[in-house]
Design a protein around this ligand. Structure first.
Ligand code: GTP
Ligand code: MG
Ligand code: ZN
Length: 312
């Protein structure tokens, strides 16, 4: 039998098949994807072949069909373990909040670089705009301008008030969509607003650290009533990138990719070489300084935040 993995707890996989039937499946103990060294061999979105256990209502996954894409992260840049977030997705939505909790541009850029690497178009959804005061709104406008200039669609939303939910629905329709972001940014709350009658568990934000409480613990895919699927995922603390080369990282910044062959040196790192087209574009304000500094942090293996407020 064949189906699609719609929920994964690590050891159990819920497989949707034959129209609208869900079967809980385990995976064969010795299962390994060729060349894939991830902590989880199979993820939400995978198309799988499974057999029913005799006299039991559970199945065993024996094969994972070829993926047209997937997205993989490490828990931190230093970590060796790779985690498969989801497979066969059409597009990602990175849910960002500039307050309560605050998403750093470093986190956004590590996510976007990874999404570029796997050819997954990404939209930034800035949630909780209902709580932005003037000061926060100024910071938000600055961040939004940086990402729009780099070519990423951005949209302000509010799961609480419903702002722009109709626009989000149009973007989601008939596609397989991944929702990702820090814990507490409102991924599950947005999905509850998008699918009428849904009541996924949502968490509170701790007063002390303004962080979420990791309410969603497993990735899960839901059918959208207007067509398509949406994948809710557990909040990510750090987005560690798998090992891309420096050249690759340049290519995964779309605004740098356009200029990289204009540098004097073919192997320019865009860090200290003379006649570097990218450094020149930064100096002239055509590439955002924040994005450039995040690029330098990535190629040098540093996982730190750049304060966009001080830059442009
Ligand atoms: N004011 C306001 N609060 C929101 C909004 N969206 C979500 N929240 C609140 O933020 C908190 C966290 O929301 P969740 O939906 O649980 O966040 P999450 O991203 O799913 O978090 P994890 O499952 O932990 O990854 C809840 O208390 C929500 O009610 C919004 O647009 N405005
Ligand atoms: Mg959640
Ligand atoms: Zn250069």
């Amino acid at each position: 039998m064949e189906g699609i993995v719609v929920k994964s707890t690590g050891s159990w996989f819920s497989v949707l098949h034959s129209g609208n039937i869900f079967t809980e499946c385990k995976i064969k103990g010795n299962f390994r994807m060729k060349g894939m060294k991830t902590t989880n061999p199979c993820a939400v979105g995978d198309h799988v072949v499974f057999q029913m256990m005799p006299n039991e209502a559970i199945g065993v996954i024996s094969e994972i069909k070829d993926r047209h894409n997937c997205i993989i992260r490490k828990s931190t840049n230093l970590s060796k373990q790779k985690h498969l977030l989801a497979a066969n997705i059409d597009q990602a939505f990175l849910i960002v909040t500039v307050a309560s909790p605050r998403t750093s541009t470093g986190f956004i850029d590590r996510f976007l670089v990874t999404a570029e690497a796997y050819h997954i178009p990404t939209t930034l959804l800035f949630n909780k705009i209902d709580i932005y005061n003037d000061e926060v709104m100024k910071y938000h406008n600055l961040i939004k301008a940086i990402y729009e200039k780099a070519g990423y669609p951005c949209l302000e939303v509010s799961a609480l008030r419903g702002d722009n939910i109709d626009k989000v629905k149009v973007l989601l329709k008939d596609k397989i969509n991944l929702f990702s972001g820090h814990s507490g940014v409102g991924k599950s709350a947005l999905i509850n607003k998008i699918i009428p009658g849904f009541s996924l568990k949502t968490g509170i934000i701790s007063d002390m650290h303004q962080k979420g409480k990791h309410t969603t613990t497993f990735a899960e895919m839901f059918k959208l009533p207007f067509g398509g699927f949406i994948i809710d995922t557990p909040g990510i603390k750090e987005f560690g990138m798998v090992d891309f080369t420096r050249e690759e990282v340049t290519y995964f910044f779309p605004e740098m990719k356009l200029l990289a062959n204009k540098c004097q040196f073919d192997n320019c790192s865009h860090e200290h070489e003379p006649r570097c087209a990218i450094k020149q574009a930064v100096a002239e304000g055509n590439i955002s300084e924040t994005r450039y500094l995040n690029y330098l942090n990535i190629i040098n293996g540093r996982e730190m935040d750049v304060d966009a407020w001080e830059l442009k």
